[in-house]
Design a protein around this ligand. Structure first.
Ligand code: PLP
Length: 237
């Protein structure tokens, strides 16, 4: 297992926050306009503690089982937990119990499963979700196709009232370099604009940007960056 000290994590967070603030200024905003989610998947719990002690208030995990184990061991004040990975329908109930937000809703069946779980978890309602969009066209990516997103919004808003759609999430393309990555972020921003008009929802969050591309994402309007290795170092898997 890769080990990284709390001091290194603290320095990584400071440097990340500086870079977030500078990118926010370049987009006519301030650091307060961009939330930092520490993506802690495959990291040991000591690293998560170090992040929380250094002011990280939101952590992201990509697997229900791993989040469940970490929460069972958790001894400190709880951050907000976001699910950022692919969620299977049969884990919706656990996800609702463990997480404060699911960023990876990309189909109506999953939304339905979350809604059913929420019917038995009134203290979790309304439950924030983001709709994950495949803005890159890469086949390996999860996320709904942009052409189908209006229908998904219509369905969720018509049928499911315990879920609250708070924003959109995307993963930038791995191929194509800066111009392709920025194009993907611009697409998410423009989708939010058109969905705001068509649905009347505020859609507060544009969750885009990871360790390798969060400055571009902020310049293109990101309100929430998901930084894993940039804070915690290389993952142990
Ligand atoms: C792993 C992961 C991240 C963090 O990736 P890094 O490149 O380590 O910053 C962000 N978002 C999602 C959806 C992830 O799965």
């Amino acid at each position: 297992m890769v080990s990284i000290t709390p001091e290194v994590i603290r320095d990584n967070i400071l440097r990340t926050r500086e870079r977030i603030a500078e990118a926010a200024l370049r987009s006519g905003r301030t650091a307060d306009d961009v939330a930092l989610l520490g993506v802690s998947k495959f990291q040991p719990i000591e690293s998560l503690y170090a992040a929380v002690e250094n002011g990280v208030t939101m952590l992201g995990e990509s697997r229900v089982q791993e989040a469940e184990e970490k929460l069972r061991l958790w001894q400190k004040e709880k951050p907000l937990w976001h699910m950022v990975g692919h969620l299977q329908r049969n884990k919706a109930r656990k996800a609702v119990a463990l997480f404060d937000c699911v960023q990876s809703v990309d189909n109506a069946e999953l939304a339905a499963a979350i809604e059913r779980a929420l019917a038995e978890a009134p203290d979790k309602c309304p439950f924030p979700v983001f709709i994950e969009v495949n803005t890159s066209g890469e086949l390996t990516k999860m996320g709904i196709h942009p052409d189908e997103i209006q229908d998904l919004f219509d369905k969720i808003m018509r049928c499911y009232n315990l879920i609250e759609i708070d924003g959109l999430m995307t993963i930038g393309p791995l191929e194509g370099g800066e111009s392709a990555v920025r194009a993907s972020f611009v697409m998410l921003r423009e989708l939010r604009e058109s969905l705001r008009k068509s649905t009347g929802l505020p859609l507060e969050h544009l969750s885009m940007g990871m360790s390798g591309d969060y400055e571009w994402a902020i310049e293109e309007g990101s309100t929430l960056v998901r930084v894993g290795t940039g804070i915690f170092g290389a993952r142990s898997i």
